[in-house]
Design a protein around this ligand. Structure first.
Ligand code: DC
Length: 221
């Protein structure tokens, strides 16, 4: 039997780091669906499109080939034959991804790809609408969150440790903007599924969050 674990939550709650570690421990693949929206956003940006405009973005989907490949259990995302796994992490791509993700045709375009992977693999899939829309029958659903301030704090530390000059207030503002946009769009907004377990990591360190998440999963497997 195939087991699917859905993890949803706002940007910066630690979904990817925690899910990656948990999936290794369980021998599952880890699927980061945000990478798909980022790839559509990156492509639209490269073509000079207004990522908020459905009229401009929808035509870019024609013939677009977005795919995920798994190398040693690590997800890589491809735009055609180009590995864009690093390019999609640029800061401006985050907002572009959030913008294009509010366009129904974009969500439709990426839907089957996500479903097919889950059908064939034991996986932990993370995103915004996995437990609510993409995998409503997932055996385990987790809604992972933390306060906007805690998330901004972590992001600020991460970037300054990398030597980047960033302002805390700007990061916090961007996080709040993206939360608002992801939670208030008409289609598949970010929200906790009725049957999801709430995990709030505001007061937890990363190792504590991982430990807690693994406990929640193992109790339910
Ligand atoms: O997880 P992330 O921050 O890389 O995702 C980037 C954007 O993509 C996010 O702001 C909203 C969108 N997204 C979505 O709408 N549905 C998903 N399942 C995953 C991401």
């Amino acid at each position: 039997m195939i087991t699917n674990i859905a993890i949803d939550g706002p940007a910066g709650a630690g979904k990817s780091t925690i899910a990656k570690t948990a999936s290794k421990e369980l021998g599952f693949i880890y699927v980061d669906t945000g990478a798909l929206y980022r790839t559509v956003g990156l492509n639209a940006l490269r073509l000079g499109k207004d990522t908020k405009s459905a009229d401009e973005v929808v035509p870019t989907l024609e013939g677009l080939n977005v795919s995920l490949r798994f190398v040693d259990g690590e997800q890589r995302v491809f735009l055609g034959e180009e590995d864009v796994s690093t390019a999609i992490r640029q800061n401006e791509v985050s907002m572009a991804a959030s913008n294009v993700s509010a366009i129904p045709k974009v969500r439709e375009f990426l839907f089957d790809l996500q479903r097919d992977i889950a059908k064939k693999n034991n996986c932990i899939m993370d995103g915004r609408d996995i437990g609510t829309v993409v995998l409503p029958d997932a055996q385990i659903k987790i809604y992972l969150t933390a306060s906007a301030e805690a998330r901004a704090d972590r992001r600020f530390k991460e970037l300054t440790e990398k030597g980047q000059q960033v302002e805390y207030d700007v990061i916090l503002k961007e996080i709040k903007e993206r939360d608002y946009q992801d939670m208030n769009r008409e289609i598949a907004p970010l929200k906790q599924a009725d049957d999801a377990v709430l995990v709030d990591t505001t007061e937890l360190t990363l190792p504590q969050s991982i430990e807690y998440m693994l406990k929640v999963i193992k109790e339910r497997l």
